[in-house]
Design a binder for this molecule. Sequence first.
Ligand code: FAD
Length: 406
Amino acid sequence: SDGVIIVGAGHAAGQAVASLRSEGYEGPVTVIGDEPYVPYQRPPLSKKFLAGEIDIDRVYFKPPDFYEKSNAEMVLGRKVVEIERPKKIVHLDDGSTRGYDKLILATGSRVRELNIPGFDLEGVFYLRTIEDVEAIQSKFNEGGKMVVVGGGYIGLEVAAVAAQRGIDVTVLEMAPRVLARVVDPILSKFYTKAHTEAGVKIETGVTVSGFEGSNGKIEKIDCGDGKTFDADFAIVGVGIIPNVELADEAGLKVENGIAVDELCRTEDPDIYAIGDCTNHPNPILGTRLRLESVHNALEQGKTAAASICGKEKPYAQVPWFWSDQYDLKLQIVGLSAGYDEVVVRGDPENERSFAVFYLKDGVMIASDAVNRAPEHMMSRRLIAAKAKIPAAKLADESINMKDMAE
Ligand code: FAD
């Protein structure tokens, strides 16, 4: 048999290999990835790995020999350029083809690039891969002024690491506040203060319109209103684009991600999709979603592997995510969009540990917990249970979090 081919060698692919074997799949498993590495974790790229606190061995999802032990063939540094569904083969960029019984698309996402004047100047960086980190680290070693374009999680994490390395950091955010897309103003204010105290300058309401430089190298950043910022290098973190082209060209349904069901199946019974590249139903939230998170990549990897082994393990979980900046460990669970009430537990004005709960019609739909693991863990349960907990009770620190559900 041709076995299973997994396209992409990221987090989701690594989990799919592990789960195919643990679910009892005995046929050939082949992973084709265009990066030169076995699957690695991206979160450390803007955290401990960028800071130089851990080395590459701890960034890999599994030790490199795991794939040999799992009898999985790793074809690395090769891109799949076409899926020929009628023949059940994929074409690689070296002109070769490979047949599959089942295909898993784990193509992930890529950075959204700013297509503005000066975009190709030396010193303008994005952050998605190990090579990106290496390039940014060499700039850290030179020192100077760094400007971060985009005040989202990745931008703020890089700002924190750089500030701790003694770099002069400015963050430029188009919205009126950082993290505007994902959190309540209470959190934006808290993170702005934390960064300001660490020496990071945060400028909101500024739209970057171009990069300027000389001798092919960046020197400053232009903002629409004539405002400029000096920069020895810039890190752009303005979102990602799911890699759906392969699926799209093969005629599979794509709608803000490759459309799959709760078993990670596309409309082709032999093709599955997992991770950042998918748009999938979430039965708990009652909506379809595209998520950019490790938890999603892992859980869909497990589900697709089980599906291929004839077991139904529907993917039905409350989404969660984390962000580390300085000593602050933020854990986010649920999706806060549409909330009509916010409850604060703790004192974000004066402490580096608190939680914010988002309610809609009295039901908890999301929470952001800063250095508050118990609040995070309990929120996961309460959101899944669609629990109605009175706001005053949630805010009352004399009530232990684990007694909240009673
Ligand atoms: P990816 O990791 O994108 O892997 C897909 C792989 O497929 C890539 O290597 C890609 O090059 C390859 N590929 C694509 N097309 C082809 C093709 N045609 N042929 C061959 N190969 C192909 N998530 C969290 O939950 N918490 C965090 O704190 C967090 N921090 C992050 C920090 C950074 C800097 C970044 C970049 C991401 C972070 N994320 C975080 C998001 C998380 O890393 C992603 O959700 C996760 O990597 C998704 O895994 P994936 O396997 O679906 O996709």
